[in-house]
Design a binder for this molecule. Structure first.
Ligand code: AMP
Length: 143
């Protein structure tokens, strides 16, 4: 079971922002799309960072509401851990647990190809467990 399977189900859309945008603008995008993080990209669509709702809360907690007028670049995480299409989902869970984050951008052929969130992983695991239980019940019923 790989990342490609999750992206096949959820799609390859990636919500991005730019480093000069304000936290306020980024927060509006998160609220509008109902997501928890945006990928920060540069002029050539290269990944420069990631900004999650946690970064925004931390910025406001430390600097007050004025932080909302600061640029995204000030609070984003620049060292972004990414994954690939053929990465196993168990490995994705390990990366998220070890790194204490809930979002993983997917890079394919050097370009952003999607984002996997912890919610996607949990949904995938629940679906897999459900399928296993159903197969087991059918097997028992037919014995
Ligand atoms: P999250 O749990 O995704 O809301 O993020 C928690 C913290 O980890 C925030 O400071 C994010 O900027 C950072 N973060 C989220 N995803 C990643 C990632 N893939 N690589 C590195 N840092 C990340």
């Amino acid at each position: 079971m790989s990342v490609a399977l999750i992206l096949a189900a959820k799609g390859h859309d990636v919500t991005t922002t730019q480093p000069h945008r304000t936290l306020q603008e980024a927060a509006a995008v998160l609220a509008e799309r109902g997501i928890g993080a945006v990928i920060v990209t540069g002029g050539n669509s290269e990944v420069l960072g990631i900004l999650s709702e946690r970064d925004i809360v931390r910025a406001i907690g430390r600097h007050g509401a004025g932080a909302l007028q600061d640029p995204v670049s000030k609070y984003m995480t620049s060292k972004v851990v990414t994954t690939q299409m053929d990465e196993a989902i168990d490995q994705v869970m390990e990366l998220m647990t070890a790194g204490r984050f809930r979002h993983l951008p997917v890079i394919h052929n050097g370009r952003l190809a999607g984002v996997v969130s912890i919610g996607d992983v949990v949904k995938h695991r629940l679906d897999a467990m459900d399928a296993e239980h159903r197969a087991m019940r059918e097997y028992i019923a037919s014995a």
